[in-house]
Write a protein that binds this ligand. Structure first.
Ligand code: NAP
Length: 261
């Protein structure tokens, strides 16, 4: 059993759907106060309302994580509504596919500004309040794509997710004197609205390439986030955790087939 996170103030960016919604609901179920953040206020509030209907404490907030002013307002809203910030789950991200040879600079920059600059802006804006907490925790949602694997169509995305880890390792050093840890989740393929948009063929092929023969659930990621956010994980910083059903393990198709399942 981990020490309770009841009453802790949590921000979940990209909290309106997918992995972020799973994180928001699991943290709220553990008694935390959750600020659910996305660009679409109605969607953020709908997720917050559903979380409250389950007995949790949550409210919605609209912010684009690539916009420094909106991110500062997000941090201020959490402090105003909850009295501080204990945990930041910097999860918002986009993954539009584009092959590298056809990719425009605008497409490249859009992904970097949300996934990479967005993580930096959220960490910077929340760091002072996280320091005041005395047990501040930051959990980034990176990916296996970039840090470990590659996939045609996602070179910009892979760069942003590997970049998050480079950012994290130096941020961890700068945050240590503030008593704040920062760690990253590396999900494999997790069943979310965003993943569903890639189509049935993608989902079926992906599930077949996972040794556990299934896509991950948002709860699989949320419980890993909960561990990094716990008191018990206080001596872990600048580290990564792969949650992928074994997807990165097979050396070859033959290794996957011989693993059976
Ligand atoms: P999703 O279903 O598409 O949800 C994305 C969430 O992020 C939504 O709440 C969206 O709301 C929000 N968002 C997008 N751009 C934003 C911005 N600029 N500012 C604020 N919020 C923004 O995605 P997901 O599959 O849950 O993925 C969540 C995170 O996990 C991403 O960082 C993704 O790269 C990572 N990840 C996912 C998988 C997977 O298999 N699903 C695997 C590895 C890593 P709005 O559109 O309203 O802003």
């Amino acid at each position: 059993m981990l020490t309770s996170i009841a009453d802790r103030s949590v921000i979940v960016t990209g909290g309106s759907r997918g992995i972020g919604r799973g994180v928001a609901r699991v943290f709220a179920a553990k008694g935390a106060q959750v600020l659910v953040v996305s660009r679409d206020l109605a969607q953020a509030e709908a997720t917050a309302a559903a979380t409250r209907a389950e007995g949790g404490r949550a409210s919605g907030f609209a912010a684009d994580v690539s916009n420094p002013d909106e991110v500062e307002r997000m941090a201020a809203a959490a402090v105003e509504r909850h009295g501080g910030i204990d945990i930041l789950c910097a999860n918002a991200g986009v993954y539009p596919a584009a092959r590298m040879m056809e990719m425009t600079l605008e497409q490249w920059n859009e992904v970097q500004s949300t996934n990479l600059a967005g993580a930096f802006l959220c960490v910077r804006a929340c760091a002072p309040a996280l320091a005041t907490s005395g047990r501040g925790r930051i959990v980034l949602t990176s990916s296996i794509t970039g840090p470990i694997t590659g996939y045609p169509g996602w070179s910009h995305y892979a760069a942003s997710k590997a970049g998050q880890l480079g950012f994290m390792r130096t941020a961890a050093l700068e945050l240590t004197p503030l008593g704040v840890t920062i760690n990253a989740l590396l999900p494999g393929n997790i069943r979310t609205e965003g993943l569903d948009e890639l189509g049935e063929d993608y989902l079926a092929n992906m599930a077949a390439s996972v040794p556990q023969r299934r896509l991950g659930s948002v709860e699989d990621i949320a419980y890993a986030a909960l561990f990094f956010a716990s008191d018990e994980a206080g001596y872990i910083t600048g580290q990564t955790l792969v949650i992928d059903g074994g997807q990165v393990l097979p050396e070859s198709l033959m290794a996957l087939q011989e693993a059976g399942g």
